[in-house]
Write a protein that binds this ligand. Structure first.
Ligand code: UDP
Length: 323
């Protein structure tokens, strides 16, 4: 098949391309190289079934041709990383909202199946300080007010979901929504804020590892290979159409323990320091205390079971940065 991946030179998109190429598919990747990079796809440079188009997904003429010639579309292109979102709010909103609008409009024009990468950010902050439950696809969402810039990203992703579901219901367009939880692995850069590559990079050079807030917040991390396998299975499962699926690993870790674990696994002499959220991100930031997925829906549909645990995830990032 011919597969289009938007954001195909990004962290997740490039791994998805690798996997699809291994399966024998032909892959068209479009990427504006804003957060993606040529390095992520250098291993596919000589593969004649891999094609890179360097352009923005907002270029309608280019996108129209790509959507027309491909069978399936994975829409992964988006503004990513809390740091980038906090620093470049206009770009975040425009890329996420206009980009998805463009993909859905063209997919509908040519009646192509599309998987939209959404985010666990759409759940928002739930209730701080309360007993925060596992997040299931039908959980209520709670956003902070609009001056808290972080929630712009969450709202833009939620709007993407509304739009995708509207196309499904009104125009019968086959869409699938995947809500990705914190995804980690080789090629992920720490440049836009992500915690594990940041901790690992600092630990490897014995520089201080910086925990934001008091470090009591927790996250659940999923290895990129588990995520790409899940996305590919969702795409070919007819029952997934018109539905939303959490893609994550429920194994949880408290961030201050994560810092200790990275330090231990790298044998690092780094100090563990604490920084207030205000100093880390500037004003307008709110964190969520816990974000752990309920994955029963995707388990039931495609037998999804994350295979790589937290230590395996961290080790893969250490190996990547040591190289
Ligand atoms: N974090 C941290 N130090 C860092 C980067 C992030 O303590 O250098 C914290 C951050 O405040 C958050 C958690 O780690 O509570 C996960 O952050 P990340 O940006 O990776 O993802 P998200 O906030 O989107 O879950």
């Amino acid at each position: 098949m011919k597969i289009l991946i938007t954001g195909g030179a990004g962290f997740i998109g490039s791994h998805l391309a690798d996997r699809l190429l291994e399966m024998g598919e032909e892959v068209f990747a479009i990427d504006d190289l804003s957060t993606g990079s040529l390095k992520n796809i250098e291993n596919n440079q000589d593969n004649e079934r891999f094609h890179l188009v360097v352009d923005t997904i907002l270029n309608e003429a280019v996108m129209n041709e790509l959507v027309f010639k491909c069978d399936h579309i994975y829409h992964m292109a988006a503004a990513v990383g809390v740091k980038l979102i906090m620093n470049r709010p206009v770009e975040t909103l425009e890329t996420n909202v206009k980009g998805t609008e463009m993909i859905l409009m063209l997919a509908n024009r040519h009646k192509k199946k599309v998987l939209i990468a959404s985010s666990s950010e759409v759940y928002g902050k739930i209730m701080d300080g309360e007993n925060i439950p596992l997040l299931s696809e039908d959980s209520d969402r709670l956003m902070g007010f609009t001056t808290k810039r972080r929630w712009a990203y969450a709202c833009s992703k939620a709007l993407d979901e509304f739009l995708a579901l509207a196309y499904f219901e009104e125009k019968k367009l086959p869409v699938i929504i995947a809500r990705l939880f914190n995804t980690v692995g080789p090629r992920q850069t720490g440049q836009y804020g992500m915690v594990i590559p940041n901790f690992v990079q600092k630990a490897l050079i014995n520089k201080p590892i910086t925990v934001f807030g008091d470090g009591s917040q927790s996250r659940s991390f999923t290895h990129i290979h588990d995520v790409t396998d899940a996305l590919i299975k969702l795409m070919v499962e007819p029952k997934a159409v018109g539905q939303i699926y959490n893609v994550g690993n429920p194994e949880e870790v408290v961030i201050k323990d994560l810092a200790k674990l990275v330090k231990e696994m790298t044998g690092s002499a780094s100090e563990i320091e604490y920084l207030t959220y205000e100093k880390a991100y500037g004003p307008g930031y709110e964190d969520m205390h816990r974000r752990c997925p309920d994955i029963s829906r995707i388990k039931e549909l495609i037998g999804f079971e994350p295979r790589i645990d937290l230590r395996g995830i961290i080790q893969s990032v250490i190996d990547y940065y040591k190289q």
